[in-house]
Design a protein around this ligand. Structure first.
Ligand code: FPP
Length: 255
């Protein structure tokens, strides 16, 4: 690891942390800068948070980097975001390899500009043997279309006689999502204070914990990350059960 800073590790960490990185535009606006400056600073935050998550040994980190809806932003902002993504992949590949981080991506990747797509697939291939941590970039990602696409594929299998409707259960459905081999997010952080999911991991977030901070993404640092993780570590996740049932399971007294 190139930069090791000692950080106090909470006891109970999420296995899968997902982050809705929001507030780049406002960060720039407050400084009378163009929006792209906020995204540029946001890319620096990505680097810092990836390093911190790796140091904390959290095995899965998903970052909502570009939504399907983001394609409708002004052309120059979309182009600038694609350039930033390209630069990130180009500059960070050695860091990812050195830290044994596997890069993955979920979303409609065919819509990415060819040079970005090529570099993305190349980086995913190069890092594919890394198992310590998976960094999953949600790119051109939209949860509703992910779910619709899964439904369409399952329906086609039924039409083709490869599946019967009675075989369709939650497990089978989840296996048709981009995240088929990725555990559901335990914690979803959203920066900049908005309280919504914005079409992010709608199916997978059924039992995720949420943490919303007013901090804008470019200002989100490892101290802020630790604050969120400490908050998470104090929560009781019941998955619909009672506190007593959870306690019994933790003490091993449940038969
Ligand atoms: C939302 O903030 C952020 C985005 C749409 C893009 C996120 C991109 C980055 C953090 C940088 C590039 C990513 C990588 C992986 C290198 P916003 O622009 O909607 O902020 P606002 O709500 O304040 O306008």
């Amino acid at each position: 690891m190139t930069k090791t800073v000692s950080i106090e590790r909470p006891d109970n960490l999420p296995r899968h942390l997902a982050i809705i990185m929001d507030g780049n535009g406002r960060w720039a606006k407050r400084r009378f800068m163009p929006r792209i400056m906020g995204h540029r600073q946001g890319a620096k935050t990505v680097k810092e948070i990836v390093t911190a998550v790796r140091e904390l040994d959290i095995p899965y980190l998903t970052l909502y980097a570009f939504s399907k809806e983001n394609w409708s932003r002004p052309r120059e902002e979309v182009d600038a975001l694609m350039d930033l993504l390209y630069d990130y992949l180009q500059k960070e590949v050695d860091e990812l390899l050195g830290n044994r981080i596997r890069l993955r991506a979920i979303g409609e990747l065919d819509r990415l500009p060819p040079r970005v797509k090529t570099l993305l697939f190349d980086t995913m291939e190069k890092t594919s043997k890394n198992f310590e941590m998976q960094l999953i970039l949600a790119l051109s990602y939209g949860s509703r279309s992910e779910i619709t696409e899964a439904a369409r594929k399952i329906a086609q299998k039924c039409v083709d006689g490869e599946l019967t409707p009675s075989q369709i259960d939650e497990e089978l459905f989840a296996s048709y999502l981009y995240t088929s081999d990725i555990p559901d997010p335990d914690l979803i952080i959203r920066t900049s204070g908005e309280q919504r999911l914005s079409n992010f991991l709608l199916y997978q977030a059924a039992y995720s914990e949420f943490y919303i901070t007013q901090t804008l993404w470019p200002d989100f640092d490892r101290k802020e990350l630790l604050k969120a993780l400490h908050d998470y570590s104090r929560r009781e996740r019941r998955f619909g059960k009672t506190s007593e049932q959870i306690l019994l399971r933790c003490t091993g007294s449940e038969s």
